[in-house]
Design a protein around this ligand. Structure first.
Ligand SMILES: [Zn+2]
Length: 466
């Protein structure tokens, strides 16, 4: 038995990654408020048909387990086998004419044979012809109380507004990579298959959010490679690069290591890897970095396995979030251009070099922060001096240390300043301060203060006069 079929979810509990839909459907059954028609929208292979069947079973089950279908009664078995008299499935991709929906319209008046509801599941409903929809519309407007419709489609945009407004609509989402990986792990354990974690990750990456695709890829790999599946086996199937290689490329960008970037791209290209996929996955990596820096490693918004999160945590250390965000921006821009560019490799090379320069250039925000710290140090020392000379001296020494550290940042930031048209006379001021007045009277430092909105020297000077 093929894996996608064997591991198809049989209950709401089994459904992976569509919690928002499952919750509402369960609640509808619990409160006995079942809408006349439901519409499931979402990409292929994420469980629209499966969910339709579970829902149909739950509605017609003879001995339900709470809201879950029992899976054993006559109705459940017949629905699962596709031969229930009261549940009709129509694939509109191949049956889209008026004649195809006519039997539905004709049978609606008859009471269900052996169940509570007569249920019609119409898959790929956007393919129905306008005439077919028009024929259905009247039934849909005022269906008999024993009739329920479940529509499913990959293209919600193509469903007429008059239809959508008569349905309870659910948008199913792509299943997160880590959810697919845990499901694949479960399947491997059950089947006695040894698979590397990164092999399962590669399969999940290749499936792009579709559980059915992931399971059939695993199926193929098992029949091809036997009971042991490695990352390399899986990568070959999808033309993906290994997780390690991808993370290495991200690290090179963060370090501004242009040589490694160019060498990696050369290697991927000559190995025939899918360059567009690499760019998408790189963007996903940096998006994860942004999420991690903002929400921490336990965030549910992270789309990563525990191994990946470990690497992300390391990479996030000591990198300014502003820079990571700007790299993301640059990569998103590259994704956009990739759609119509001919020389994919050149675009990727240039974009990644630009991203690596972003990674190593200080932002205006960082510069502002450094200057603020500098000012805080200077003001603090003058206040302390009021109390005791000794304490004042110590404070001055300490703030000199801060100032010297900040000098480094300021020198780096001069580049950014120049870019922002905030030109200075001397692009690299040497600031070696031995006393407080040196700081306050230094013309170059004053020039920096003047160049930055909101950062004036007057308050420092006033503090000095006190
Ligand atoms: Zn049942």
């Amino acid at each position: 038995m093929a894996l996608p079929l064997k591991y198809r979810p049989m209950t709401f509990d089994d459904v992976v990654g569509q919690e928002h839909v499952v919750r509402t459907l369960r609640h509808a059954i619990e409160s006995k408020r079942i809408a006349n028609a439901y519409l499931f929208i979402g990409p292929r292979g994420i469980g629209k048909t499966t969910l339709s069947r579970i829902f149909a079973k739950a509605l017609n089950c003879l001995s339900p387990n709470g809201v879950e279908p029992c899976g054993k009664c006559q109705n459940c078995l017949e629905i699962a086998a596709g031969r229930s008299l009261d549940v009709t499935e129509l694939d509109a991709a191949s049956h889209n004419k008026v004649e195809d929906v006519k039997p539905i319209i004709d049978s609606v008046e008859f009471k269900p044979a052996n169940s509570r509801f007569k249920i019609f599941i119409i898959d790929e409903c956007h393919m129905l012809s306008n005439a077919a929809w028009n024929a259905l519309l009247k039934t849909l407007e005022e269906p008999p109380s024993h009739v329920r419709f479940i529509f499913a489609t990959t293209e919600g945009d193509k469903v007429l507004a008059t239809i959508i407004s008569r349905c309870q609509r659910f948008d199913l989402r792509r299943i997160q990579t880590n959810d697919i990986v845990s499901r694949l792990k479960h399947v491997c354990r059950n089947e006695g298959v040894k698979a590397e974690d990164d092999a399962l990750l590669a399969i999940a990456r290749g499936a792009e959010g579709g559980m059915r695709d992931a399971l059939s890829s695993l199926d193929q790999l098992i029949s091809f490679k036997g009971d042991t599946v490695t990352e390399e086996d899986a990568l070959g199937v999808f033309g993906l690069v290994s997780r390690g290689a991808l993370e290495g490329l991200a690290a090179a960008i963060l370090k501004g290591d242009v040589a490694t970037i160019l060498k990696s791209i050369e290697m991927f290209d000559s190995a025939g890897k899918n360059m567009r996929r690499i760019s998408g996955e790189l963007l996903a990596h940096f998006r994860n970095l942004v999420v991690l820096q903002a929400l921490g490693p336990d965030s549910k918004s992270l789309e990563a396995t525990p191994d990946q999160i470990q690497v992300l945590v390391e990479q996030a250390k000591g990198v300014d979030p502003g820079r990571v965000f700007r790299i993301c921006d640059q990569l998103a821009d590259m994704e956009d251009k990739l759609r119509y560019v001919l020389s994919v490799r050149t675009l990727i090379e240039m974009s990644l070099i630009r991203a690596s320069r972003i990674a190593t250039t200080a932002t205006v925000e960082e510069l502002m922060k450094a200057v603020r710290e500098l000012r805080k140090g200077a003001v603090g020392s003058s206040r302390a001096e009021l109390g005791s000379d000794r304490v004042g001296l110590e404070t001055i020494n300490e703030s000199n240390k801060t100032i010297n550290e900040s000098n480094k940042t300021i020198n780096e930031s001069n580049k950014t300043l120049n870019d922002s048209n905030l030109t200075l006379k001397d692009p690299k001021p040497k600031m070696d301060f031995s006393s407080r007045s040196d700081i306050l009277d230094d013309p170059k430092l004053n020039a920096i203060f003047k160049a930055i909105p909101g950062a004036t020297v007057t308050d420092i000077k006033e503090a000095r006069q006190v």
